[in-house]
Design a protein around this ligand. Structure first.
Ligand SMILES: Cc1cc2nc3c(=O)[nH]c(=O)nc-3n(C[C@H](O)[C@H](O)[C@H](O)COP(=O)(O)O)c2cc1C
Length: 394
């Protein structure tokens, strides 16, 4: 999303200015061209040289000294910017934004910006909760600025409460969101992801190698596009997407219960979880000892969550996944029809760069009426958006 984009990073004089350095690194790594503009007070916390080295551009602190060339740079940067992020934004800077004051390089630049701006306030809790700051934040939100609420926790001043600058990865994530279309605004999306685990004693289970990456990528992309997202997740080792409700489950029955409870209040369901088809008929109460050479298992069929959703479906859009090792087309089309789905994302899991535990996937999309769309191998993050494009089209 940020490749070749012009991003302006504004830094004002708060204790969290050091986090802007990491944010700059993330932006550069994503391929953005970053112009840093600092307040004079920000330069008391982190030297412009650090930002200059990482951004590979002259940093502007003083409008009259650092303009670089004879053009009116702050207007040019404002014209060229695809997005702006102010991190950290001090109480003073938020006040200046709310009051329309342009008395230094950063506040003058901001006045000329017409592209999305994300303001990340960070300060002592009492300052943050003060009438003036709260009033100013409301004003700038009304004026169209995006405001990222600070986190709570122990602050540099030693007290606990709201005011902490969110981690750079979160600011980065919210900035990407600002640049996305919000075509799923107002939609409630439910995504399932990851494996299921079926225990056969208190310390062992049968499962599958699903990493959850595909479902997590879809949940993140849907949230970025404005949807209200719930992610019902099996046990995985990846971070929860920002601003997504995550419901943790283990077994198929647990997953089914959580999904069914939410289905009536959902517009779009995308079932990317690798749900186990069978479970041990019984689970031992205590750990099975290795006394005998073999253990005989009897497996019983699990409930079919997708089929049940297909039969209950009213106005919802229902998208399933099919992981196959052969006869992809035949199996996917059968599943699409039998389970009353609106789309199925099918992949062969036994080929390189696709399926379980990879960051990429090769899939074919099947829709009712015999529509077949094979897609090239790509990152799951990119595929997530294509799947949502097709669903939005439905
Ligand atoms: C050590 C120190 C830490 C500070 N941390 C913050 C802070 O986290 N947030 C804030 O709003 N102001 C903080 N301030 C106060 C601002 O630096 C001060 O209001 C300044 O005028 C802000 O200028 P600027 O908005 O032009 O950068 C701090 C001041 C000092 C001395």
């Amino acid at each position: 999303m940020l490749k070749n984009k012009n991003i302006v990073l504004g830094v004002s004089g708060g204790i969290a200015a050091y986090k802007a350095v990491e944010l700059l690194r993330l932006l550069k790594k994503a391929g953005a061209a970053v112009q840093v503009i600092m307040t004079e007070n920000a330069a008391q916390f982190v030297g412009p040289m650090t930002f200059e080295a990482l951004s590979e551009k002259q940093v502007c602190v003083n409008l009259f000294k650092d303009a670089g060339d004879a053009s009116i740079s702050h207007i040019r940067w404002a014209d060229e910017a695809d997005a702006v992020v102010i991190a950290p934004a001090t109480a003073n800077f938020v006040g200046k934004l709310a009051g329309g004051i342009a008395d230094d390089a950063l506040s003058t630049f901001i006045m000329a910006v017409t592209t999305p701006v994300l303001v990340c306030p960070s300060m002592n809790s009492n300052m943050y909760l003060s009438e003036a700051v709260q009033r100013n934040l409301k004003t700038i939100e009304k004026d169209g600025f995006g405001v990222l609420s600070p986190g709570s926790g122990e602050l540099a001043c030693g007290i606990e409460g709201p005011g902490r600058l969110p981690e750079p990865v979160v600011i980065f994530d919210r900035l990407v969101k600002l640049l996305k279309t919000d075509d799923l605004e107002g939609k409630r999306v439910l995504v399932t992801a990851g494996p299921t685990r079926e225990p056969f004693d208190p310390v062992r289970f049968i499962s599958n190698p699903s990493s959850g990456r595909m479902g997590y990528a879809i949940a993140r992309a849907a949230e970025m596009r404005g949807a209200e997202v719930t992610l019902v997740s099996g046990p995985v080792e990846i971070d929860a997407p920002v601003n997504v409700e995550v419901v943790r489950t283990n077994t198929v029955d647990e997953m089914a219960e959580e999904v069914f409870a939410r289905f009536d209040n959902t517009d779009i369901v995308i079932k990317a979880a690798a749900v186990g088809d069978y479970r041990p008929a019984t689970a031992a109460e205590h750990k099975i000892k290795k006394d005998s050479e073999t253990i005989d298992f009897s497996l019983v069929k699990n409930q079919d969550i997708l089929r049940e959703l297909g039969s209950r479906k009213k106005n919802q859009v229902l998208c399933g996944f099919a992981a196959e090792t052969r006869d992809l087309q035949e199996n996917a089309q059968k599943k699409l029809k039998e389970k009353n789905l609106d789309m199925i994302v099918a992949n062969l899991v036994n080929c390189e760069g696709s399926g379980f535990r990879t960051t990429t996937n090769s899939v074919t999309l099947f829709s009712p009426g015999g529509k077949v769309e094979p897609l090239p191998n790509m990152e799951k993050t990119k595929l997530a958006d294509i799947i949502l494009d097709r669903i939005a089209g439905l």
